[in-house]
Design a protein around this ligand. Structure first.
Ligand SMILES: [Zn+2]
Length: 771
């Protein structure tokens, strides 16, 4: 894959490391096992901690699997100084053998891997460092790979030799979170990946993890207005002359700060090992206090609204530090507090959290024009703040089960964070699904890069795909390259909410991708487990077909190319639903049950579609496309929903009550249709009336989101729409693209109109050359 290239020095370091792993026996300093026999002992401190004991057991287990030899685990009091040994954890023995190996000089989670004579020392910063030293040794020098919670690779090495080692290392991020299902639901796997973030739930014997007390948006949870507002309205924001309970706090109020600090300290006392507490604004667009005192602080420290926030947080953090010197106080630079302040810097125990939600994830954050605004924020904060925390988005929240071509920026973005004072990183991936876009590869890749951002991401991807997918690897690597090339070619602004793939993955690339997966499946057809892994990895591509079937079919017919998509979309939808169940998948988006998506697929493909529109029945199939109500998005459920209607072409219609005038029915079109512009657009609708009063009953039109402008709109008279029979309304002929949607809205006439019903929307392609 064409990942960004590395500086020469890093490649050199990597090459040296590889040589060390594969070094011939003659050059090795120590031989831990020879022909499945060993005279080595694993030496623990006389009073080992739980994570040190786990580290020794893990080392024993994987060395036994690799070499066939089991190293006994002994206390340092039982092992002679002269015996060949692997010293696990800082101990007197470590001091005797290597007086300069000092774990107290390590940064958080830091490790020491060092050979001394014929001995090996694996130790680290407590509580996790010793485990991380063992895991790093097993990965880099034995060749163990933890691909998933269930798939571990241990090489056979009856003779295991290790070259001279003198490694002292600590990761740039003290808190590392990869928000994926595998490491969240399997805490020991998370420990193997050296993840230690809030959600990773690593048990204490595996070193535990860092928590963020309160997690985020905690102002109102620390000082609930229901409890405090009546007595202390002055603790809450003054807005337009009034104290408001549900916006933010009046940060200049000393009594408020005292009470908030008291509550925060009580929380930390209950969880003294958490490591971080969130003291952060409520999730509101603004709501900053407008009182004279707050304004005066704000004027002094600038930053629009961040000056008074940092002034306040510094004071809270100063008080927390007196009792808990190692607990970090987290706050947000978000919405109205994004711009960094002036004349004030966050204290050393304050962490400022930024999030990248509005960025494009195709182009790197650190260099691209698209992400200039976020980059300026983070660089501005980095200039003044000792510690930043980034909440980064690495999936498509609209629908997890779609290709999301952001893999090439993962490593450059992590390096950009490391270069800009970021000490805690939350990579928010598809935590809910088991069948997202290469989710296992992503969790593994991100974990490795967060541990050591200088690693070669391209090499890591290749290694994973080869290791986890076996003989299918060449095709899958080509597939990954193909979809990333396609996205780069399109130069799409890749948000973390993308409704479909038509804006960046053209039909011919969907075809290529499909052929590559066919080859990949064929390459592993005799290995049921590998076949299962590849089949699961193909589900996002299956979903591309299900989301774009009709328009891809038309594009294919137009181009005269062979059609590699499923012959029968209903069968494809059934298979997709079956596979989701087989792979124990419960969600298609964050908090969005797969059942909801399944219902839409069933309505779209499996339920009988009804006869074609009268205007289309004599046209060839590739001249028209229809969108039944199952395709519509409803802007709000209370504005409309799908109901049974025997007069509708498929027995169902979208019904909107005449109690509002919102564009509730929205039918988003696809970029696949642009090839065949222009299209003549029609809406099939009707209304039930209570009182035959005439006048307008509904409006409809086409809106262009990309250019923020209406393309067309019209209103419909009661006379033309009333009654049980559906009528066809003409929206005219237009050039459309994937940013367009057709909308329909009722008029607000609750006394005269019972409801407005939309059966379907259809488009007829104008013949080329036709006037
Ligand atoms: Zn105030």
């Amino acid at each position: 894959m064409s990942f960004p290239r590395f500086p020469g020095l890093l490649i050199l370091i990597l090459t040296v490391a590889l040589i060390a792993v594969n070094a011939p026996v003659s050059r090795a300093d120590i031989t831990i096992a020879a022909d499945a026999r060993t005279n080595y002992v694993i030496t623990l401190p006389s009073e080992p901690t739980a994570p040190q004991q786990t580290a020794a057991k893990e080392l024993q287990k994987y060395l036994a699997q690799a070499t066939g030899a089991e190293l006994p685990i002994r206390s340092e009091t039982q092992v002679s100084k002269n015996a060949p040994q692997i010293v696990v954890g800082a101990s007197d023995r470590m001091g005797e053998l290597a007086p300069d190996a000092d774990v107290s000089s390590l940064q958080p989670d830091g490790i020491i891997m060092k050979t001394v004579g014929k001995n090996l020392i694996l130790a680290g910063d407590p509580p996790r460092g010793t485990l991380y030293a063992v895991f790093t040794f097993l990965e880099e020098h034995v060749g163990v790979r933890w691909w998933t919670s269930e798939a571990t690779f241990v090489p056979e090495k009856p003779t295991l030799s290790v070259g001279s080692l003198d490694v002292k290392y600590a990761p740039p991020f003290i808190q590392r979170s990869a928000f994926y299902r595998e490491p969240i639901h399997n805490p020991i796997f998370a420990a193997h990946l050296k993840l230690n973030g809030h959600h990773q739930n690593v048990p204490a014997e595996y070193g535990g993890h860092r928590r963020i007390l309160g997690f985020v948006h905690t102002f109102n949870r620390l000082l609930p207005p229901d409890k405090y507002y009546d007595e202390h309205p002055e603790w809450y924001s003054l807005i337009d002359g009034k104290r408001v309970r549900n916006e933010q706090l009046c940060l200049s109020n000393d009594a408020m700060r005292e009470e908030l600090t008291k509550k925060a300290l009580a929380q930390i006392r209950q969880n003294p090992n958490a490591g971080m507490i969130s003291i952060s604004q409520n999730d509101r667009p603004c709501g900053a206090c407008q009182c004279e005192e707050c304004k005066a602080i704000r004027e002094k420290y600038g930053g629009e609204y961040s000056g008074d926030l940092i002034w306040f947080i510094n004071k809270v953090a100063e008080d927390i530090k007196k009792e808990f010197p190692h607990t970090m106080v987290e706050t947000l630079a978000y919405h109205y507090t994004r711009t960094p302040p002036e004349n004030i810097t966050p204290r050393d125990n304050v962490v400022v959290r930024l999030c990248s939600i509005e960025c494009s994830f195709l182009q790197p954050l650190g260099t691209s024009e698209e992400n200039k605004s976020f980059r300026e924020d983070i660089e501005g904060w980095s200039d003044i703040a000792p510690n930043l925390f980034v909440w980064n988005y690495v999936t498509n929240f609209h629908n997890y089960i779609l290709p999301h071509p952001n893999m090439r920026v993962l490593a450059p973005n992590i390096r950009f964070f490391a270069d800009n004072s970021v000490v805690a990183l939350f990579e928010q991936g598809d935590s809910y699904t088991t069948v997202g876009d290469f989710v296992r590869l992503r969790a593994w890749l991100l974990s490795h890069l967060m541990w050591d951002p200088s690693q070669d991401a391209e090499a890591l991807v290749r290694e994973y795909v080869n290791g986890y997918y076996g003989d299918a690897a060449p095709y899958l690597l080509e597939y990954l390259e193909l979809i990333h090339d396609a996205a780069e070619e399109s130069d799409v602004y890749l948000r973390c909410y993308m409704p479909d793939t038509s804006s960046w993955l053209p039909p011919e690339d969907v075809h290529r991708a499909t052929r590559l997966f066919t080859k990949a499946l064929n390459a592993v057809k005799d290995d049921p487990e590998l076949h299962r892994r590849v089949r699961r990895a193909k589900m996002p591509l299956d979903n591309v077909w299900l989301k774009r079937y009709k328009s891809l079919e038309i594009a294919s017919k137009q181009s005269g190319r062979e059609f590699p998509g499923p012959k029968d979309p209903a069968e494809a939808a059934k298979e997709f639903i079956r596979l989701s169940e087989e792979f124990n998948n419960k969600y298609y988006g964050e908090g969005r049950p797969f059942q909801d998506y399944e219902r839409r697929l069933r309505e779209k493909y499996i339920r009988s579609a009804g006869p074609p529109p009268e205007k289309c029945k004599d046209l060839p199939e590739d001249r028209w496309v229809e969108f039944q109500d199952a395709f519509f998005g409803m802007a709000r459920s209370r504005w409309g929903r799908t109901v049974d209607d025997p007069r509708a072409s498929d027995g169902k219609a979208a019904r909107m009550p005449a109690t509002h005038h919102e564009w509730a029915v929205q039918c988003h079109l696809s970029d696949d249709l642009t090839l065949n512009n222009p299209w003549h657009c029609y809406v099939v609708a009707r209304c039930d009336v209570k009182k035959n009063a005439g006048g307008d009953v509904m409006t409809m039109g086409i809106y262009d989101l990309r250019n923020s402008k209406g393309i067309t709109s019209r209103s419909v008279k009661m006379e033309a729409a009333k009654g049980p029979e559906y009528k066809v309304f003409d929206l005219g002929t237009h050039d459309i693209h994937g940013g367009c949607y057709v909308w329909v809205a009722p008029r607000k006439r609750p006394d005269e109109v019972e409801g407005v019903y939309v059966d379907r929307i259809f488009l007829i392609r104008e013949e080329k050359g036709q006037e």
